[in-house]
Ligand binder design. Structure first.
Ligand code: GTP
Ligand code: MG
Length: 643
């Protein structure tokens, strides 16, 4: 949800007139994040990817959410993070005085998250302010520390106030002062998977990470992987090596990790630390710059023994308390943004590849539909309308220019007369006794039958060849889709195709005035009503058309001149009267138009029932604003010029 920037933005962003520009930049950073927060999940869903989203992306959402909500003063969240038994809870107890369970033999010990808040925050009326520091978390006052041993809900954080940190005062913390919120979380490596999720959830929000690891486990695979994750998302990282013989031993172990384990070309670890941070340093360079502390082994560990491995460096507590909250918070946001940007770039690349693939798939569906439409339309010849238009144009021709010509019927050859009588009679009887096997059928009867047939062919074909992202089609679904298709009436053809037919008929009349003059007389259709509704069923006629399958045929095979059926007689008439060209034009225009109409009908009524959501998703992916996403991602790295 987009929230307006808080009125009193952190001084960092609104200190002076100049800073107002920075403020605008921050605004655009947060706006871009908001928009991406809508686009990215949608795209992941469309791509059907199960892959985990990177921590930095979630960190960006957590941190920008917190930044939007915290007016005036920013607070930092620091998390302890480390494998089970490393000593996180022991450290937390000693730093804050909050008696969280620590040190038992059974691992893992902590299952809940404990947070130490500055004293003045631990009051009921500050609840909303507290929630603005960790938006989306379920914050509850820690009544019994024992709770932390129990299985907890996700996002649950138990808090209690701690006046001091490691014996050091938190400073003159007035009610509005920025705070440091220290969180003890469960481990990331035990068999309790839910623990890892809890720890990672806090890690995403935390700008500061204290990575706690024992001297024995510094070179564990999981430890190093998590270390890389921290380098990627944390604004500040502090290393604490526990249970070592001495600070010097800790230093040696750390040097072994940095100078040997992480740099050896034969090991995969080096590559994990070569990514760039927001300030262009590699993760490795960043890690080398992190302060390292040691806590030598003791039956009763005490903070006094915890010290930086570099002489003269500040204590852990003063290091944490000395952080510039605004600077570190901004770094936390930008670091998450920078590492997200790269991922969004890759996501956009994948979206483009998937889009291409899916467009190809859609086009192949369209081709199949077009072919199916032509198969249906190609099985019928619109004989009714063709003859009607021929006669209309012949009559119009008579009226227009041939009134003075009179051709007695006797002048017309007997063959023609006889031929037309056969046509007329066959048409009359076919219309009066429609039935199976008739060459002449009503258009909707012919089409209903062929439509279901092609629907079956299409579903069979698609079932076997669906791309993986569509998933499987079961036979029930196919049946339902065909039933859905059957339930809707195929719309009547539009009359556009008749324009072509009429034009061809007009030309015929002009070229053959004599024949045109006699046609209405010899082709006696006066007693036949509604002839236009009928088509020749070419699968029965064996083709008016040489080869009658799929693509019709007048154009390719020519009229069938032999045989005794209606089609054959009509074909002979057409040759005698030279209107074969008219039939061919009619056939072509009809097939093109009706084929398209039927393909559209199938697209509208068969596809949705069959492919439903997947089709919508494919269309959405095809028009997904990938470019906008790329552009927004570039906004995530623009640093507000506050330095
Ligand atoms: N922190 C710390 N603990 C030490 C040290 N030496 C020994 N220990 C013991 O190591 C154990 C650490 O236990 P916890 O603090 O519960 O460890 P944790 O990291 O919280 O473990 P989980 O809650 O299981 O993730 C305690 O028993 C400590 O007494 C040391 O130098 N530092
Ligand atoms: Mg613990």
């Amino acid at each position: 949800m987009r929230q307006p920037l808080p009125g009193g933005m952190p001084a960092l962003f609104s200190r002076s007139n100049e800073q107002r520009v920075s403020c605008m930049k921050l605004d655009s950073f947060l706006d871009s994040t908001d928009r991406l927060a809508t686009l990215v999940p949608e795209l992941l869903h469309l791509l059907g990817e199960k892959e985990e989203v990177p921590t930095s992306w979630r960190a960006l959402l957590e941190r920008s959410g917190a930044l939007r909500r915290q007016g005036g003063k920013l607070s930092l969240v620091a998390t302890l993070y480390g494998p089970t038994g490393a000593g996180k809870s022991t450290l937390f107890r000693q730093l804050t005085g909050i008696e969280v369970p620590a040190g038992d033999e059974i691992r893992p010990l902590s299952r809940g998250c404990a947070m130490a808040v500055p004293e003045q925050w631990d009051q009921a009326e500050r609840g909303p302010a507290l929630r603005s520091v960790l938006p989306g978390f379920d914050l509850r006052p820690l009544d019994r520390p024992d709770r932390l041993r129990q299985e907890d809900g996700q996002g649950l954080v138990w808090y209690r106030s701690a006046e001091r940190l490691g014996g050091e005062s938190r400073g003159e913390a007035g009610p509005g002062a920025p705070g440091l919120f220290l969180v003890d979380v469960p481990d990331f490596n035990s068999l309790e998977i839910a623990n890892h999720e809890r720890a990672e959830r806090v890690l995403r929000r935390a700008e500061v990470v204290v990575f706690v690891v024992t001297g024995d486990s510094y070179a564990d695979q999981k430890v190093v992987e998590e270390l890389a994750r921290c380098c990627q998302v944390a604004a500040r990282l502090v290393i604490l090596i526990t249970k070592v013989a001495s600070a010097e031993k800790a230093r040696l172990k750390w040097a072994d990790l940095l100078d040997d384990k992480l740099t050896r070309p034969d090991l995969p670890w080096r590559a994990k630390f070569q990514g760039k941070r927001e300030d262009k340093r590699t993760l490795e360079e960043f890690l080398r710059g992190c302060p390292v502390h040691a806590w030598p082994f003791s039956a009763n560990p005490s903070l006094e023994d915890l010290r930086p491995v570099t002489e003269g460096a500040p204590s852990l507590a003063s290091l944490l308390l000395g952080l510039d909250a605004e600077k570190v918070a901004a770094e936390g946001l930008l670091q998450a943004g920078a590492s997200t940007r790269e991922w969004i770039g890759q996501l956009a690349d994948r979206a483009e590849a998937a889009r291409k693939e899916r467009q190809g798939w859609r086009a192949s569906l369209d081709e199949d539909l077009a072919r199916a439409g032509l198969a249906v339309a190609g099985h019928e010849f619109p004989i009714g309308r063709t003859l009607e238009v021929l006669m209309e144009e012949s009559r119009a021709g008579q009226n227009r220019m041939f009134q003075w010509i009179t051709y007695p019927i006797s002048r017309i050859s007997g063959w023609l007369q006889g031929g037309f009588q056969v046509v007329t009679e066959t048409i009359r009887s076919a219309i009066s006794q429609p039935g199976p096997g008739s060459e002449l059928v009503r258009l909707e009867v012919a089409e209903r039958k062929s439509l279901l047939k092609v629907a079956e062919e299409l579903t069979d074909k698609w079932r076997d060849r669906l791309p993986a992202w569509v998933g499987k089609l079961d036979s029930d679904r196919c049946r339902q889709a065909r039933a859905a298709l059957e339930a809707v009436t195929l719309p009547a053809p539009k009359t556009d195709w008749e324009g072509t037919l009429r034009q061809a008929a007009k030309e015929w009349v002009e070229k053959n005035p004599t024949l045109a003059h006699t046609l209405p007389t010899v082709l006696d259709m006066t007693a036949v009503g509604g002839l236009g509704l009928f088509v020749l069923d070419l699968s029965f006629a064996g083709g008016l058309l040489g080869s009658h399958v799929v693509l019709g045929s007048l154009g390719t095979g020519g009229l069938v001149a032999g045989g005794a059926g209606l089609a054959a007689v009509l074909a002979r008439m057409a040759d005698r009267m030279h209107f074969r060209g008219v039939l061919e034009e009619a056939d072509r225009a009809w097939r093109e138009q009706r084929g398209r109409e039927i393909a559209d009908h199938l697209r509208q009524h068969l596809l949705p029932a069959l492919l439903g959501e997947k089709l919508k998703e494919t269309d959405r992916l095809t028009s997904f604003p990938v470019e906008e996403m790329r552009r927004l991602a570039t906004e995530l790295t623009r640093k507000p010029d506050h330095e």
